[in-house]
Each structure stands twice: as structure tokens, then as C-alpha cells.
Design a protein around this ligand. Structure first.
Ligand SMILES: Cc1cc2nc3c(=O)[nH]c(=O)nc-3n(C[C@H](O)[C@H](O)[C@H](O)COP(=O)(O)O)c2cc1C
Length: 158
């Protein structure tokens, strides 16, 4: 056992990490996506999922205004979409168009659901907590979607 930096220790224990992206909506009604590594399940009944979003992200503004997010677990074939979503900002790119992915309205019909994802969860934001330079948005899962034949994209595949 050695004493080390937080970054080195936390990177060592998080593998194999999954990645997700959240679909959100801005004040003009434009959809946006943000790649997220920081997410977790937070309740059994009702089912809830939390995401941690940096204050500087355009998606943070979107989540403050429109109180829904869809959490998408991309499949391996969505690698390029996950990269674009995690490296460009919705401030200067219409990411939902740039991803080139098919989507449909879902059952809650607030935000697009990605047809080729491994899974999607349509969530309504119930509460939020400030956490340093990020905000944790806790969403109640309203509808869940699964593609049983799709392999999930892992962080190491990016
Ligand atoms: C693999 C990966 C994981 C990421 N995880 C997070 C995260 O958990 N929270 C966060 O706020 N940003 C995270 N990011 C950064 C955002 O996805 C990135 O800053 C994005 O361009 C923000 O887009 P926006 O300005 O349209 O919201 C991650 C990026 C990558 C590539």
C-alpha cells in the first residue's frame, strides 16, 4: 500500500467504467447531449438515477431550466457519437444532429431516445445537490428501454 494522489487511486478502482450520455433541452427548445462518466443508481422504489454535471457545461444550464433528462447507455457502434458528445459543446454545435444517430420520442416524450443504444432511461428531475464544481441531478426513472442484442460501450473502448 502506497500513499498517492487522489487521481491515481480513483482511476485505479473505477475500471471497467461505463460511460453514458444525457440528453437535455435548452431554453430555445434545442436538444443537446453530454457524455458522462459520473452517474449512479440512487433508489430502488421509485427507481432513480443521478448524474453529476460540471457548472461550466452548456448542459448544466439546460438541466436548470428543463427538468428532465434521458440517460443513454451507448452501444459499441455509438463510439463516434460518445466522442462528439464529450468533446464539443452545445453552445456552438447542434450535437443532436451532428451525432448522426436515429432517435424516437419515447413514452414520456420529453426528449429523444436513441434507437441504437444499449439502454435508455427517461427521467424527471426530482432534486439536485451542489457538489464542488458539479451539480448532482437526481432523476426519477419513468420509462426504461433495452436493446438485448447490443454490446455496451465501455470507457476503455473510447
Ligand atoms: C469519457 C468522458 C466522460 C465525461 N464525464 C463527464 C461527467 O461525468 N460530467 C461532466 O460534467 N462532464 C463530463 N465529460 C465532459 C463533457 O462531456 C464535455 O465537457 C462536453 O463537451 C460538455 O458539453 P456541453 O457543453 O454541450 O454540455 C466527460 C467527457 C468524456 C469524454
Amino acid at each position: 500500500m502506497i500513499s498517492t494522489t487522489f487521481e491515481e487511486a480513483i482511476s485505479a478502482v473505477k475500471k471497467p467504467a461505463k460511460i453514458t450520455f444525457a440528453v437535455v433541452k435548452d431554453a430555445e427548445g434545442k436538444f443537446n447531449t453530454i457524455t458522462l462518466e459520473w452517474f449512479m443508481r440512487t433508489s430502488i422504489k421509485p427507481p432513480m438515477l443521478a448524474i453529476s454535471v460540471g457548472h461550466t457545461r452548456y448542459s448544466h444550464q439546460c438541466l436548470q431550466n428543463f427538468r428532465y433528462f434521458n440517460l443513454c447507455f451507448p452501444s459499441k457502434e455509438m463510439k463516434e457519437a460518445a466522442r462528439i458528445s464529450g468533446s464539443r459543446s452545445g453552445r456552438d454545435l447542434n450535437k443532436i444532429n451532428a451525432l448522426g444517430e436515429e432517435f424516437f420520442p419515447g413514452k414520456l416524450a420529453k426528449l429523444p431516445v436513441f434507437r441504437n443504444a444499449a439502454a435508455n432511461f427517461e427521467c424527471e428531475i426530482i432534486t439536485q445537490v451542489r457538489s464542488g464544481d458539479h451539480t448532482i441531478f437526481v432523476g426519477q426513472v419513468k420509462y426504461s428501454w433495452l436493446n438485448k442484442d447490443k454490446d455496451i460501450l465501455l470507457f476503455k473502448d473510447l
